[in-house]
Every structure is written in structure tokens, then in C-alpha cells.
Design a protein around this ligand. Structure first.
Ligand code: SAM
Ligand code: SF4
Ligand code: SF4
Length: 336
């Protein structure tokens, strides 16, 4: 039976993001800068990661508390061995309406069919530029654009549509590439989503000056390919939607810095080692792995989740100021 729980700001629990690894084969400058995530960086040892059975058990409990949508993320989720087995286990859960995954696309050409067969519905691919030099400078491991585009095509060919393509926009780095990206994907049926560069974690050297406001992004694109605003698909949708007036499809912007949406935030996040975070900018997570490994019952775990959610008061982005810089967990750890 599904119940519905709410937090101190009356926000229900509807979405769960599950990180399946803190490792990644990219070193995106805004997420895992090489200077920090170098050879000596200590990633979580395998025994500390939740097993697929543990993840599925928690997901089942979350669904009973009202979660309708699960997104698999990381680090890079496709570097977790046999991740498609987890997808198959989650897709069999009663009451879960949407199961999706965010990936850097590097391994997608190889994995798309297995993911689809396992029950994945859709996929989001991150791609910050179509210009090889810019993209390589951003992923910082010399990974070429063409191989991500192959991944997108493979995902589309097996029906993981519509594909969302996430573009993190950093001033002076890729903001000159946005119109090219819009032109390239115009009319192809995929949905580009431009994301304001966020101050997640403590390692990316974020400055407000590096953020390109969503309004500026829309204005730049609309000057070349006219856009009009579209109503949200559902209340609380994070991306603001726009469509090309010539019928070439739609794009979105995620304005987490300039137009925060905490009031409608219904997301919980589970790290790969089983910590529950109630905000992307949280500094503290609740250890669910300990509960699982102490043989607590589903009811006992549900009671803990209920208390954590009932006490939730997070609204970091709404309170963010130029001078706020608390310690918070890294994006590659919590999964975006
Ligand atoms: N590795 C996968 C990927 O890149 O798609 C999944 C994990 S990644 C942390 C999830 C999303 O967070 C990606 O779309 C990435 O571009 C975005 N992201 C990472 N760091 C960010 C930042 N500082 N600001 C905004 N978005 C960020
Ligand atoms: Fe890896 Fe994704 Fe972070 Fe890039 S954004 S370093 S691909 S986890
Ligand atoms: Fe949700 Fe926290 Fe982001 Fe606000 S800052 S939208 S509460 S994750």
C-alpha cells in the first residue's frame, strides 16, 4: 500500500535519485576536477557500496512511501558492473511509474540495447559542446564528441526516447557553443536542457560570475531560432520548457541558481554507500546501509525514512547568497 509523506514545507516525497557508484571515467572540470580526483583519490571500496538487492529493497520501501520516479546516476552509472541487472530488478517494482538514467554517454553505444531490454524507459545524456576541443577540455580526459553522439543514436535506435541532453553552461568555457547545439538537435526529437552551473561540492571553484543565467541562454537561442514558453508537464517540473515556433521541438533550462525551485522539490537522493540526502547541497546524510545490515525490518526502515522526510526543511538554493559557502557533498558522490 502506498502512503504519502510530506516535509515541514508540505512537499511530498515523489522522486528518488540513486547513485550506483562514485567513480567516473570523465573528469569534468565542474564536477570532478583532476587536481582533486587524481590518481591518489580514495573512492569507496566495493564492500561499502549497496548491493543491487539492497538498492532494490530500499527502492521498494521508498515506492511504498510515495516515490513514483527513480533516476539512476553516479559518478558514471554505466561503469558499475552489470548495472542492467539492477535496472531489471527495479523495473519489476510495482508502483514505480518512471525509471530513467543519467549518463555521460561514453559507454552508451555498447549498453543501450541491454538497458532497454532490462526495462529502462528513457535516458538523459550529458554533453556540454559539439566542438571537440571545448568538449575535451570540459571532460578533461580527451573524450571525443563523436562517441557520445554514437551513444545518443544507439539509445534512440532502441527506443529510449525522447532523449534529454544535459548541457552545463559555464561562462567563457562553452557559452559560445549553445546556438550550435540548438541548431544541431533542432528537429531531431531530443530535448536539450541547459543547466546553470551550480556550486555543488567544495572542489570546483564555483563563482557566481561563471554562471550564465537561464534568461540569457534563452535569449541567445531565441535570437537565432525563435522560442516560446510552454506550460510545465506537471507541477514541480524542474526544467522550464520552451518550444521552437517553427515546430522544431522543445528545449528546457534548469535555472537552479537564478530561479530556484526548492518550493516544489520532491526529491530524495541515495548515495552509492547508502546515505540518504534530502538536498543536493546537504552536508549530512542518513546512513541507511547500517539499517539494512543490522537486519531492520521494512517497517522499521520505512519509519526512519518517514521521520527524516517529515523533518526536512532544506531550501538551499532559495537561501543561497554570494557569500554562502557551506561544506557540501560532491556532485560525483551524490549524483546530481
Ligand atoms: N556521470 C553522469 C553524467 O555526467 O551524466 C551522471 C552523474 S552527473 C553528476 C549528473 C549531472 O550533473 C550531469 O548532467 C552533469 O552535467 C551535472 N553536473 C555535474 N556538476 C555540475 C555542476 N557543478 N553544476 C551543474 N550541473 C552539474
Ligand atoms: Fe563524471 Fe558526470 Fe561528473 Fe562528468 S558530470 S565527472 S561525467 S559524474
Ligand atoms: Fe531541492 Fe535542495 Fe535543490 Fe532546493 S537546493 S531544489 S531543496 S535539492
Amino acid at each position: 500500500m502506498t502512503t504519502s509523506i510530506t516535509d515541514t514545507l508540505h512537499r511530498p516525497l515523489r522522486d528518488l535519485r540513486i547513485s550506483v557508484t562514485d567513480r567516473c571515467n570523465f573528469r569534468c572540470v565542474y564536477c570532478m576536477p583532476k587536481e582533486v580526483f587524481g590518481r591518489d583519490f580514495q573512492f569507496l571500496p566495493p564492500g561499502m557500496l549497496l548491493t543491487f538487492e539492497e538498492i532494490t529493497r530500499l527502492a521498494r520501501i521508498f515506492v511504498a512511501l510515495g516515490v513514483e520516479k527513480v533516476r539512476i546516476t553516479g559518478g558514471e552509472p554505466l561503469v558499475r558492473r552489470d548495472v542492467e541487472k539492477l535496472i531489471a530488478m527495479l523495473s519489476a517494482l510495482d508502483g514505480l511509474h518512471d525509471l530513467t538514467l543519467t549518463t555521460n554517454g561514453s559507454l552508451l553505444a555498447r549498453k543501450a540495447a541491454a538497458l532497454k531490454d532490462a526495462g529502462l524507459r528513457r535516458v538523459t545524456v550529458s554533453l556540454d559542446s559539439l566542438d571537440d576541443a571545448v568538449f575535451k577540455a570540459m571532460n578533461d580526459v580527451d573524450f571525443p564528441v563523436a562517441r557520445v553522439l554514437e551513444g545518443i543514436e544507439a539509445a534512440s535506435a532502441v527506443g529510449l526516447d525522447p532523449i534529454k541532453i544535459n548541457v552545463v553552461v559555464k561562462r567563457g568555457v562553452n557559452d559560445h557553443c549553445l546556438v550550435d547545439m540548438a541548431r544541431y538537435f533542432h528537429g531531431k526529437g531530443h530535448i536539450l536542457r541547459f543547466i546553470e552551473y551550480m556550486d555543488v561540492g567544495a572542489t570546483n571553484g564555483w563563482r557566481l560570475d561563471d554562471v550564465v543565467p537561464a534568461a540569457e541562454i534563452i535569449q541567445k537561442i531565441s535570437a537565432e531560432l525563435p522560442l516560446e514558453a510552454v506550460d510545465p508537464n506537471y507541477s514541480g517540473e524542474v526544467a522550464r520548457r520552451y518550444r521552437y515556433t517553427d515546430g522544431g521541438g522543445e528545449i528546457g533550462v534548469i535555472a537552479s541558481v537564478t530561479q530556484p525551485f526548492c518550493g516544489a522539490c520532491t526529491r530524495a537522493r541515495l548515495s552509492s554507500e547508502g546515505k540518504l540526502y534530502t538536498c543536493l547541497f546537504a552536508s549530512h546524510g542518513h546512513d541507511l546501509r547500517a539499517l539494512l545490515r543490522e537486519d531492520k525490518s521494512d517497517e522499521e526502515i520505512a519509519a526512519v525514512l518517514g521521520t527524516v522526510w517529515n523533518n526536512r526543511r532544506d531550501r538551499y538554493s532559495e537561501l543561497r547568497t554570494k557569500n554562502t559557502k557551506p561544506q557540501h557533498v560532491e556532485m560525483s558522490y551524490i549524483g546530481g
